[in-house]
Design a protein around this ligand. Sequence first.
Ligand code: GYE
Length: 311
Amino acid sequence: AAALAAVRPVTAFAQAMTVGFSQIGSESGWRAAETTVTRSEAQKRGITLRFNDAQQRQENQIRAIRTFVTQGVDAILLAPVVATGWTAVLREAKQANIPVVLLDRNIEGNEDLYLTAVTPDSVHEGNVAGEWLVRQAGSKQVNVVELQGTVGASVATDRKRGFDQAIAGHGNIRVLRSQTGDFTRAKGKEVMESFIKAENGGRNIGAVYAHNDDMMVGAIQAMKDAGLKPGQDILTVSVDGVPDIFRAIAAGEANATVELTPNMAGPAFDLLTAFKANGTAPPKWIKTESKLYTAENEPMKEYEARRGLGY
Ligand code: GYE
């Protein structure tokens, strides 16, 4: 019997695993892709996924986590909409001995209250975006407007910090205005319209930095509506690598994107399976890679490669 037990495949255990996923919402193409990929990664491993869409509201995420704890799930995935306000509910999960894995965003402190965080290095993403703009600008004066992500989200704070680090020391690059577009196309368009109005019909603006491609897609529409030429007169750099930004780059209406994978759940499920099977404690941070794409990287090929992945 011992020999038999020894050969029982881990997947047999994973078969029984039920995981609750508190997802932020579907505010962007990238977020929708993360949900699609999470469902298929769970399916592949025979994991039962309980999914909750919080419509970008923290109180809905907290409620969902409490429900998962009551249901006695084996583990919880949490994409935390903002970085604070989680201590109480994560303590409850810990008391119930339910491991929590953070996806794509981090929380402040409380490291003992989650097993690990599978997220990009968003300061690095901001560095890559800023360094790209520094190279494009050379010694030319470039006035930037910035579309920030959700206020209080770790990725928004870090993408801003990284961008500011990269342009520091380059006095010819100046951020004229910076405001949240809440990671959505609609809000990105609306805020860009206000920037254009405030900046001499957009004639003062030399570049746009958006914390995600969806806000940039909205901003591109606003610039075109105002008779401006995004990707030509106004440089654009954003983050995510969603299909529509590659189409805009191919059309000459956008210039650069910093890609991050929507597959954070695959690594999360694997480390949870190992943790449950033999107590293997993962590192506190599983960092996913970032990659810069511009018109030189066959954007239409990249567009085709990403369609149908649920963006
Ligand atoms: O960049 C954006 C989504 O947390 C990395 O959230 C994620 C970000 C992503 O709204 O599209």
